[in-house]
Design a protein around this ligand. Sequence first.
Ligand SMILES: Nc1ncnc2c1ncn2[C@@H]1O[C@H](COP(=O)(O)OP(=O)(O)OP(=O)(O)O)[C@@H](O)[C@H]1O
Ligand SMILES: [Mg+2]
Length: 320
Amino acid sequence: MPQRRRNLRSISTPIILGAVSVPLSIALLVGWAIVLADNVAESDDATVDVWLLVVGSVSFVVVVTILLLMSYYLAREILEVRRQDTFIDSVTHELKSPLASLKLCLETMARPDLPEDKRAGLHNMMLGDVERLTAFIDDVLQSTRLASGGSVGINLSDVKIRDLAERISESSARRHQRSLGLVRIAIDAEMEVVTDEAALEIVLKNLVDNALKYSPPDAPVDIVARRDERGRAIVEVRDRGMGIERRHLKRVFNRFFRVQKPEVRQRRGTGLGLFVVSALVRNMGGRVEAESEGEGKGTTMRITLPANDEVSALAEEAAQ
Ligand SMILES: Nc1ncnc2c1ncn2[C@@H]1O[C@H](COP(=O)(O)OP(=O)(O)OP(=O)(O)O)[C@@H](O)[C@H]1O
Ligand SMILES: [Mg+2]
């Protein structure tokens, strides 16, 4: 892909420059130190030479450190630009495809001879497109707010986690045109978590959406929840899909990050979902982690939320 090749070229130039300049500086330092050490041995006034040796060595170490730091920050910036390029590509795609579908539906509906049942079908399709566009714009706005450190209000209530999981599994299965039984739930009907229900719903929706999106159409997904020995709630979404390489397990939570492989690129996405998930979970006092045995071996996303009494104590403290 030309864009990708251009990006790789823009990264490789500063890396090559850094890789050449650092060993050159080190070779220069060593050569210069040897020459100076020889002079010190032969010279009458050794003090001046010793000082020269010390000052020169320190300056060289500083220069090499600066070069290393510069290469690191440069490569980091270029990677960020690359991620934003991917994001813009995805956004364009995300906006274009429902708009094209809406246009087509409207044109078809304008036909006077269109049977009533077809009209109703098109109407539903348009509603689905509008829902997708709204959800997408909400995601972008929310992630921008979270990335700029904006606070998200916490609204605590007792959440029956199984009811929430059932609601999400139904809507996600429908959205991904999968059979309803494909998302299996193993959660005690009485399990309640004191947390922000709206935030937890966004978190679980994103995790279940990913689990379905990055799995074959007939692969089941499990949502399980339990309490650990310290009373914390552990909720896991497990799939049997394409899995995540070990080196990407932490990066998937970065904004705009998408694994760069064809199977991922074929599926629609902007790399915002897990960034929103991790920011919201942190805001709820919990943490999220990804686990996978590797490519093709499925993924488990695990969120850990604080114990109920811990949340209530924190809320009381905040209210005082
Ligand atoms: N369950 C999963 N199995 C395999 N890969 C996953 C899974 N969940 C996330 N990923 C990888 O992590 C990346 C980031 O996920 P994230 O949900 O943030 O973005 P997305 O799904 O690409 O887009 P969207 O913003 O629409 O959610 C994905 O592009 C994919 O490469
Ligand atoms: Mg996603």
